[in-house]
Design a protein around this ligand. Structure first.
Ligand code: SAH
Length: 227
């Protein structure tokens, strides 16, 4: 079998785009993105673009995943909350940088697929939850780092309250794609003694954070499906 050189090419491209943290670059190199996309998109897995996944959602562009991971300033001691598991790719990258990733997803089929990938890749420090991430994960709070991977009009106070003093939160803030005059930026919030300190980073495009969980109907054979 020939070796797949695409991860190395991706990392070189990311470096060219200004991602310099060696831990982040190494995590990107060691995480097979082709496992996180659906079969029709396998050939495009290492291109620097977002791709569609199930339930009308997207796996983020590798550059944005690397950028957010770098901006989060994660160490191997940190417990990190991710809201919006999606394919699980961002969680997989973070799992190589921190002690424990807590990842929440509202679409059960996406979560189950992501859990399968974490298992296959032996990422034992990712724990998941099916539910509404807008409430955070109070039983596991406070967190050293929090990352939102779907856009919010503003940072929910309930989530910010789950960030430790000295902690960092990264989130896309703005309007949903398709809305009039839509614009989104990544925001970095540092929890300081004198209150949260805000920084606005780069413009981005993320799917919206949606409150609640989709309704599930239980079929007679016991299978669950979304309506
Ligand atoms: N981090 C993902 C990107 C996922 S796209 C990856 O690496 O692939 C954003 C995800 O956020 C979608 O899967 C969407 O279903 C999820 N999401 C949206 N609103 C949510 C909510 N309230 N709680 C949990 N997940 C949510």
């Amino acid at each position: 079998m020939t070796e797949d050189h695409r991860p190395i090419a991706l990392v070189m491209a990311l470096r060219g785009q200004g991602i310099l943290d060696p831990r982040v670059l190494s995590a990107m190199e060691r995480t097979p993105r082709d496992l996180f996309v659906d079969a029709p998109f396998e050939a495009a897995a290492y291109e620097n673009s977002a791709l569609p996944i199930a339930c009308g959602q997207t796996i983020s562009q590798p550059y944005i995943v690397a950028y957010m991971s770098e901006a989060l300033e994660v160490t191997e001691k940190h417990r990190v909350l991710e809201i919006g598991t999606g394919s699980g790719y961002q969680a997989a990258i973070l799992s190589k940088l921190c002690r424990m990733v807590y990842s929440i997803e509202r679409h059960r089929p996406l979560l189950q697929a992501a859990e399968g990938r974490f298992k296959a890749l032996k990422l034992h420090n990712v724990v998941t939850r099916h539910g509404d991430g807008l409430k955070g994960w109070p039983e596991q709070a406070p967190f050293d780092r929090i990352i939102l991977t779907a856009v919010v009009p503003e940072i929910p106070a309930e989530i910010l309250a789950q960030l430790k003093p000295g902690g960092i939160l990264i989130a896309p803030v703005g309007q949903a794609p398709g809305s009039e005059r839509f614009s989104q930026h990544l925001v970095k919030i540092m929890q300081t003694e004198s209150g949260p300190k805000w920084d606005t980073l780069i413009p981005v495009v993320f799917v919206p954070m949606v409150p609640g969980v989709p309704k599930e109907v239980r079929k007679s054979d016991g299978e669950e499906s979304k309506i």
